[in-house]
Design a protein around this ligand. Sequence first.
Ligand SMILES: [Zn+2]
Length: 275
Amino acid sequence: MLVFDPAWLPEEVEEIRQYVDRIRGTRHLFLLFTHSDYDHIIGYGAFKPDKVFMSKAMAENPDREQCVENCLAFDEQYYIQRPYPIEYPKGDFLVFRDGVQYRYGNTKMSFYLTPGHTADSMMVIVWQLGLCIAGDYLCNCEFPFIYHSSVEYEQTLEKLPRIHDRNWFTRMVPGHGDPALNINDWLKRRTESQAYLFALRESIATGVPFDEASLWARYKFPRLQRKYHLDNIALMTREYEQGLWKWDPDFELTSPTLQESYIADIPIVETDEEG
Ligand SMILES: [Zn+2]
């Protein structure tokens, strides 16, 4: 049995744990973490897994104490007490490069490092189920939250079609929001993420205002997410000043309409295209 990032209110974690116990039988329990953000590790202590999977970078995360601290701060903010301890996950299987595979019985998984959101993010493909567990990428309710590096975030997005071609997953489950149930759905999310990234770069490099209204027309949670948008601007401005990326005005996305939608003084072109 595979359990990914179990979260996050105590009753929800307990529900997952009971479900696992109910149907597990004599099977092994594998716990997998896509990255070390607190909302993904907060349920760790409720399980007794046979094996824990994570990236090597997550196992060696120098800020692991801060991750635990963030869990505790969340619980205290909402007066939450849990029947299990909050701990940083201990890994048994550590992914250190792309394409690493793990086979056990009829289960085959492959792992890919996907830094950008955090330095320690990874994706997991479960072959028999045609499933890609994406971590905090391609969420339909979130534009890219870039805590680590916009350059690596971009490379992770570029890598996705290659991961798909080698593994043929049909469904993609992100860390937040709805699963993408077909290739067009996750490709569209990927284009939207790229569009956001490049529009932000253009805005930072050229001073053209970024059209926040368009952002909030697409993503519906500005009271929460504006902070993440402003943090992205701060991080990418620092990157720009350090010369980590350059703006190429001739750059074109495969879907230019999306790229233009966040830049204020370019009119949005409506298309009639279907499908
Ligand atoms: Zn995250």
